[in-house]
Ligand binder design. Structure first.
Ligand SMILES: Nc1ncnc2c1ncn2[C@@H]1O[C@H](COP(=O)(O)OP(=O)(O)OP(=O)(O)O)[C@@H](O)[C@H]1O
Ligand SMILES: [Mg+2]
Length: 503
């Protein structure tokens, strides 16, 4: 058998109060795409951070191309041929594509090599991008690019370092279907060059499309490593959550009531155009469309997070002036934001405070005093229900795994007791088990008469959960579909309809 390019043996890594990895083994073959799976907090990102030296292991061995190595930081990792594309992308937004790729190792010119050779940098970048069939201008500012393009740049960068191992941590969580296809083509090209890819995802179908092998971790320990051809979705889920999951979309049809909210002619210049729709009691209204279609902006305008130039919002038939999120919360609207880093978590606060912050009013006694016992009780209930992995409610939220941070945000808005709950990509980055749990909570809320707006890029989720679906394309609503008319093709057709007309 050919020598594996990488072996990690007996890797142990602890954080205060958490044993994130206990004696984990991981073997990577040359030219193989190896999926790494497991529930939120299972230790996937930590294992990779051990490999690239962000969190070096407490003990254990890393053997690269047959030789034991110590990798103290990501730069050494890169120089040893290991490149990582992080869960939260971190490009230098104000700089150009080429500056991002060559940052810190720019080609130099001049007598003592003191000037950056922009021409050489431009040419090198052009060659690199052409080689990967990436249609990008090396001089374009990175901030003008989509998340997908930013990822492509990270991949180009990895290639430019001649990496033998490329790690991708949930690369598709913010990509559209087309972009995912493109990413998979890139992975195929990497494989052809004999580059090995470690691929982390929560999306089951992706495993069967790209991966050769899969390793599942649970609670920081190995569960299985197998060729993907020997697995199916059920065996994979069972390995991850330790039990079978029967119902991903536990939607029950419940009676839909009167109109609760009407949005009329909403306009945000350049982003949202003449948007009108209504929302009923007990209804789950899905909002579908391509990433970048203006769905989030639409929701932000309704919630008062974004200035609208015109448009009215009526709740229970009464016109409401919503200019700020405080106004919206007073109207009993809650909003789970899509981007947990920018508008969601408050990184330095505890899990408990992040959970409770939007509903503090419900936890006061004698006017001024917080009812700490009630707060603790509620927070631990939600922690158990959503299976939030944290050493305690007092842990600082930024130390939680990505998916567990998202679960805290879901808990935050479920707790507000809003009549209208806007959920923007509620299950992004969330593992299968917790996803089913969140779906069943959404269903329960709807059956209690709450109204839910659920923006989601995951077709199965939209189709599985919604009573009606608004399809959005370039800031406009292009279709309102009833549950009985929902299928992937129809939604996609409307989601791209304006493009097709103008093409
Ligand atoms: N810097 C840190 N400080 C304290 N605890 C940490 C730190 N980084 C990770 N942990 C803990 O280690 C465990 C594993 O986290 P990790 O991020 O590896 O999970 P993951 O499998 O990548 O999950 P997800 O699917 O949610 O991204 C979690 O319990 C997490 O809270
Ligand atoms: Mg992770």
């Amino acid at each position: 058998m050919e020598q594996p390019i990488l072996e990690m043996k007996n890797i142990v890594r602890t954080f205060p109060g958490v044993k994130a990895l206990s004696n984990v083994d991981f073997t990577l073959k040359k030219g193989s795409v190896h999926a790494l799976m497991g529930e939120n907090g299972a230790g996937k990102s930590t294992l990779m951070k051990c490999l690239v030296g962000i969190n070096p292991p407490d003990s254990g061995q890393i053997i690269l191309k047959g030789k034991p190595v110590v990798i103290p930081n990501p730069l050494i990792a890169l120089k040893s041929g290991i490149a990582m594309i992080y869960q939260e992308l971190n490009p230098v937004l104000e700089r150009s594509v080429m500056e991002n790729i060559w940052l810190g190792r720019e080609p130099m010119r001049g007598k003592r090599g003191v000037f950056v050779d922009h021409k050489a940098m431009y040419e090198n970048t052009k060659t690199l991008l052409a080689d990967l069939k990436l249609d990008l201008d090396p001089k374009q500012k990175v901030k003008e690019l989509s998340v997908a393009k930013m990822q492509m740049i990270e991949i180009a960068k990895a290639i430019s370092f001649n990496a033998d191992i490329v790690i991708m941590d949930e690369p598709t969580s913010a990509l559209t279907n087309n972009e995912v296809d493109h990413l998979f083509l890139m992975i195929e090209r990497l494989r052809k060059r004999n580059v090995s890819v470690i691929y982390i995802t929560h999306k089951m179908d992706e495993i069967f499309r790209v991966a050769d092998e899969v390793t599942v971790l649970r609670d920081g320990a190995n569960v299985i490593t197998k060729p993907v051809s020997e697995m199916n979705i059920n065996s994979l889920i069972t390995a991850m959550v330790g039990r079978e999951l029967t119902d991903m979309f536990p939607k029950v049809d419940c009676p839909i009531g009167d109109v609760r909210m009407e949005v009329k002619h909403l306009e945000v210049p350049g982003l949202v155009h003449d948007v009108s729709f209504d929302l009923r009691r007990g209804e789950i209204l899905g909002v579908s469309g391509l990433v970048g279609a203006g769905r989030t902006e639409m929701m932000e305008a309704i919630f008062g997070l974004r200035q609208k130039s015109s448009g009215e919002i009526y709740i229970e038939g009464q016109k409401k002036n919503i200019h700020t999120p405080v106004d919206a919360i007073k109207c009993h609207i809650g909003f789970l934001t899509e981007d947990r880093r920018q508008t969601g978590i408050i990184p330095v606060l505890t899990v408990k405070n992040n959970t409770i912050i939007a509903s503090l009013g419900n936890y006061t006694k004698a006017k001024f005093f917080l009812d700490r016992r009630k707060i603790n009780k509620t927070c631990s209930e939600y922690k158990d229900m959503l299976n939030i992995r944290t050493p305690s409610l007092e842990a600082i939220i930024q130390n939680l795994s990505g998916g567990n941070q998202q679960k805290v945000l879901v808990a935050r808005w479920l707790l507000t007791n809003s009549d209208i709950l806007i959920l923007d990509e509620p299950t992004r980055g969330i593992d299968v088990g917790a996803k089913a749990e969140i779906h069943s909570i959404i269903t329960k809320l709807a059956s209690e008469g709450k109204s839910i707006i659920m923006v989601s890029s995951e077709m199965p989720e939209v189709i599985g959960m919604s009573d009606r679906v608004l399809v959005v394309c370039q800031g406009r609503i292009t279709a309102v579909l009833d549950r009985k008319d929902l299928d992937q093709e129809t939604i996609m057709r409307y989601a791209t309809s304006i493009n097709n007309h103008t093409a």
